[in-house]
Design a protein around this ligand. Structure first.
Ligand code: CUA
Length: 329
């Protein structure tokens, strides 16, 4: 199989997120606008491409050509009007439809059952805060499924700690930028449970490509269970005491928070319930004991350019630290 064919097969058979399979109201609106744009532009392509192909075939050089020029047409008012007015009308229609779609999505009134989440973009991970629920997590957003009869959409306030990022989960909504010193807003209203993938959609530095997003949409009772678990204080396993002491006495605490310890850093992800997440380093690796060990030993190897330094621990220390972190369920 050639690399190109392998690439196409990989895309077609993967669960890559697509704007053509929306399951949330803002994504429905985007798809309607995108479909209209596609239909119009495909129409233009067919007309222009068809005329071009016709001209190339019908007026090709023939053996009995005498080499003279065909009649030259200058200053045809009809033709000039047609190629000026028709494109203007098409562009105006596309502008109006786009503006109405943007306005409709932004003007949606927040229902009382809405969940509020603040998402902060960092190089290169997502900080996710639920201000009303007192939960802080990273990279994996958990939301309830929304029933049209009793809507529980999730309203996102988007901020950035450093450069411009962009929040994009194609099946849930269009892109919205996270801009330093500014608060942007968007909302999602997933009507199906499941895992929906997304990605930072604005180039933000070396590891932009490893700034992945996972949105877990839960039935209401399951979401409530997740909330209750996240609100628990960090597990304090006596068996992991040496690792905890090591964690609390190295520079880890400057960047990470573990509720109930001296670690209150905000530069890196909150680790209070680290092991409740499925991935590590904003989706760069699945979260297992082995990947965690590899990550702490040399973050730059897993994610070149990562802002997390290697702590230069010796092997027994590394093992103690990992043994502590895996208790943080
Ligand atoms: Cu964050 Cu690209």
């Amino acid at each position: 199989m050639s690399p190109a064919v392998a690439f196409v097969v990989a895309i077609a058979t993967s669960d890559v997120s697509s704007i053509f399979a929306p399951i949330s109201a803002p994504a429905d609106a985007s798809l309607r606008a995108a479909t209209l744009v596609l239909v119009i532009t495909i129409g233009i392509f067919v007309v222009v491409g068809g005329l071009l192909a016709y001209g190339v075939v019908a007026f090709r050089r023939r053996p009995d050509d005498d080499g003279s020029e065909p009649p030259q047409v200058y200053g045809s008012d009809q033709i000039e009007l047609a190629w000026t007015v028709i494109p203007i009308v098409i562009v105006v229609v596309l502008c109006l439809v786009t503006a109405r779609t943007v306005y409709d999505v932004q003007a949606a009134v927040k229902p009382p059952g809405a969940v509020d989440v603040t998402v902060v973009g960092h190089q290169w991970w997502w900080e996710i805060r639920y201000p009303e629920l007192g939960i802080v997590t990273a990279n994996e957003l958990h939301v309830p499924v929304s029933d049209p009869a009793d809507p529980t959409p999730t309203y996102l306030a988007l901020e950035s700690a450093d450069v411009v990022h962009s929040f994009w989960v194609p099946r849930l909504a269009g892109k919205t930028d996270l801009i330093p010193n500014r608060r942007n807003h968007m909302w999602i209203e997933p009507r199906e449970p499941g895992l929906f993938r997304g990605q930072c959609a604005e180039y933000c530095g070396t590891q932009h490509a490893h700034m992945l997003l996972r949105v877990y949409v839960h039935p209401r009772t399951e979401f409530d269970r997740w909330v209750a678990a996240q609100r628990q204080p960090a597990v304090r396993d006596p068996g992991a005491a040496p690792g905890r002491r090591l964690f609390e006495t190295t520079a880890c605490v400057n960047c990470h928070t573990v509720q109930g310890t001296g670690a209150v850093g905000r530069f890196g992800p909150d680790l209070t319930h680290l092991m409740s997440r499925e991935t590590l380093a904003a989706g760069a690796a699945p979260l297992t004991r082995d990947s965690l060990r590899a990550w702490i030993a040399d973050p730059d190897h897993v994610k070149p350019g990562s802002r997390m330094p290697a702590m230069q621990l010796d092997a027994p220390e590394l093992e103690q630290l990992v043994s502590y972190l895996v208790t943080l369920r």
